[in-house]
Design a binder for this molecule. Structure first.
Ligand code: PRX
Length: 653
């Protein structure tokens, strides 16, 4: 049975225990009251939350400004600083509380209190200023998962610099594209990262990205010395982190920001062109992060919270760098990988740090089931009270295992649907308010007007698939695509829906109870191990190889990764076969890893003398998807320009 079919047949409901309900931040009654308030007084609903949860420097008078729709503005005359909200406001009563428990790859760990984190952020913020960074400048952060990554992000927020974090697994080409698009002034990196005992040369990758001299905007590179390994050095441009902070004061007045000043840019894949710089602004983003910490993660002051994401992704922004710190939580941050030194690392760390709230991705769960389904039993996981899932649909089998083996049938699972663009959780259980169902992210958060529609924008009936949209703007929604307002409008508020509905790009169904199931992307975006990849991006990388004439990339279901990447390639010369094909395929895989990063590397490359095209020259992707899955092609291929290539393309190399 395929994952999607098994999701559709799922009807089990799991009701939260009385003891969970008793202590929950949001009960069923409160949930109904919030929904009612949002339905009857939408602006008042958000105004109250913004006043309740954010410490404002200057209060706002207007809640939502729709005059430039779909360029919505929230709390637009308010002033605040995000770093102040994450650090300074906790100093009065949580100065000695642990903010970060940083566990290194080698298993050693370090506790950093709110006071210490505040001082380290201030010191580094002063260092950035000393290097010439001012409000509005773009700063690229290309770091390992270490405390300094969070410190760097918070320091940018403190002085009003706009950070753009680039995942440490991306290649020089991807780093360069992002530097150029953001016109970045400064880069923060480390000499190396260490994950699973393996070292990755981050600084050398930055050097390569900057080497051809075509990133003239970059004035300085700050380098954290994570290991003893020496790196090459460009005088006047490169500066060690420890030298940059030497002699800097450990206090730094937070820069007063307007609610609608940009906070960060994060690049993500879309269906066309290069990755988009998703731009989030100060107050709305912060509000989404805080509200969901309280509602979805049921945050309590005694929690030990752990989100296993990397700060290179939106989950690491909202649910590591900003949300948990804004509510004053103690959180674990982890440098390594779940399988090192062995597949019990997560369970061992939960036991060691007495983790209460654990948030991870289905792909990690599936791979850990495979590597040791019984391993969690060997550890004391009694501290856990809530589990979370994010990034891709979780199949009911993995959900049940997570629920029973990790949560010991005690802990609700919050399956959270959201996106880089939405900034914070959109559809997710409020775990003390209503029952959960395997494979369903359940119901939209109060105030998030989710709908499932047909191509005309009309709601579809229950159990019928459709396109997932959000009918009203909400505070944490992206404001634009960096430097590309037009793309923002066409990608997210398209003409087909009169520029009024936010188009998520996912398809979904709703059951009779209103519970939502995400079916997957409806555009040319793949979700490989929870990472979003544009098929076009991989195709562009492939055709940039001197041997390749044309390439088409599709996804294929994969047990662990969710989706695998299959590339259909036509070379400029003859179609390779046998050993030659294996050799060229390996070369092309390595090429994509170099152009984009290992995560984008095709799992399977197939060569044809041509690609299946209609007589008007369009590549028939639907056919390729069937071929990739190994399905028998039942479609009529008689209109194909070149039907004989089908046989060639069904063969893996
Ligand atoms: O297809 C949905 C899937 O991930 C996409 C967003 O990817 P990204 O911007 O990288 O953000 C990932 C982390 C929030 C969505 O369009 N997705 C995310 N969460 C879920 C999901 N699919 C199903 N269930 C989820 N809980």
């Amino acid at each position: 049975m395929s994952a999607i079919e098994s999701v559709l047949k799922e009807n089990r409901l799991f009701t939260p225990s009385d003891s969970f309900v008793k202590q929950a931040n949001i009960t069923l009654e409160q949930y109904h009251a919030l929904c009612e308030k949002a339905a009857t007084d939408y602006e008042g609903f958000w105004r109250d939350l913004a006043n309740q949860y954010i410490s404002w420097h200057t209060s706002f008078t207007q809640v939502l400004d729709e005059s430039q729709a779909p360029f919505y503005r929230w709390f637009a005359d308010g002033e605040l600083n995000v770093s102040y909200n994450c650090l300074d406001r906790h100093l009065a009563d949580k100065s000695d509380k642990t903010a970060l428990i940083f566990e290194r790859d080698d298993g050693t760990s370090e506790h950093i209190s709110y006071r210490q984190l505040y001082e380290r952020v201030c010191t580094f913020a002063n260092a950035l200023k000393a290097q010439g960074v001012t409000k509005g400048d773009r700063v690229i952060i290309y770091m390992p998962m270490v405390a300094e990554a969070v410190i760097a992000m918070q320091a940018c927020a403190r002085i009003g610099a706009i950070h753009s974090v680039v995942f440490g697994g991306f290649s020089a080409g991807a780093v360069k594209d992002r530097i150029k698009d953001a016109n970045a002034k400064l880069i923060i990196t480390a000499n190396e990262s260490i994950r699973g005992g393996k070292r990755t040369p981050l600084k050398a990758t930055v050097d390569e990205a900057l080497s051809e001299g075509d990133c003239p905007s970059v004035e300085k590179v700050i380098v954290l010395q994570r290991t003893e390994t020496a790196v090459s050095w460009t005088a006047h441009r490169d500066i060690w982190w420890h030298d940059a902070i030497a002699n800097q004061a450990n206090t730094c007045e937070p820069t007063v920001m307007n609610a609608e000043d940009p906070l960060f840019i994060l690049y993500t894949s879309g269906s066309t062109g290069k990755p988009k710089g998703v731009e989030h602004h100060t107050a709305g983003y912060l509000l989404g992060a805080i509200v969901s910490m309280h509602w979805v993660f049921d945050y309590k002051p005694n929690d030990i919270y752990w989100c296993t994401a990397d700060v290179g992704w939106i989950t690491g922004h909202t649910y590591i760098c900003y949300g948990p710190l804004a509510v004053g939580a103690t959180q674990v941050i982890f440098e390594g990988v779940p399988t090192y030194p062995d597949a019990s690392r997560f369970w061992q760390m939960i036991e060691k740090h007495r983790v209460t709230t654990f948030y991870t991705a289905p792909t990690a769960i599936r791979s850990l089931i495979k590597l040791g389904a019984d391993l969690p039993e060997k550890f004391d996981l009694s501290s856990l009270r809530l589990l979370g899932s994010v990034g891709e649909p979780i199949n009911p089998e993995a959900w049940m295992w997570y629920y029973e083996k990790v949560g010991r049938s005690r802990c609700p699972i919050v399956d959270t649907w959201w996106q880089t663009e939405t900034g914070s959780n959109m559809i997710a259980p409020l775990p003390g308010a209503f029952p959960i169902k395997p494979g369903s992210c359940t119901l939209p958060l109060p105030g998030i007007m989710v709908d499932i529609v047909d191509e005309t924008g009309k709601s579809v009936p229950a159990e019928q698939g459709g396109s997932l949209v959000i009918r009203r703007p909400f505070p944490s929604l992206l404001r634009t695509v960096y430097n590309d307002d037009k793309r923002f409008v066409s990608a997210y508020f398209p003409e087909e829906f009169n520029h009024q509905l936010y188009l998520a790009g996912d398809s979904a169904t709703r059951d009779a109870q209103g519970y939502i199931r995400i079916m997957g992307r409806i555009d040319d975006v793949l979700n490989v191990s929870g990472h979003r990849l544009g098929t076009m991006e991989i195709e562009s990388a492939l055709v940039a190889h001197p041997l390749v004439a044309e390439a088409a990339v599709v996804g294929r279901p994969h047990d662990i990764k969710g989706e695998a990447v299959v590339a259909f390639v036509m070379l400029k010369g003859e179609r390779p076969t046998g050993e030659e094909a294996t050799k060229v395929a390996a070369e092309l895989k390595a090429w994509v890893a170099k152009e984009i990063g290992k995560i984008a590397q095709p799992d399977d490359i197939r060569f044809g003398e041509n690609l299946p095209k209609t007589r008007s020259g369009k590549i028939m992707r639907r056919l390729l998807r069937s071929l990739a899955k190994g399905e028998e092609v039942t479609q009529d291929i008689s209109t194909l320009e070149n039907p004989h290539v089908m046989e060639q393309l069904s063969q893996s190399t």
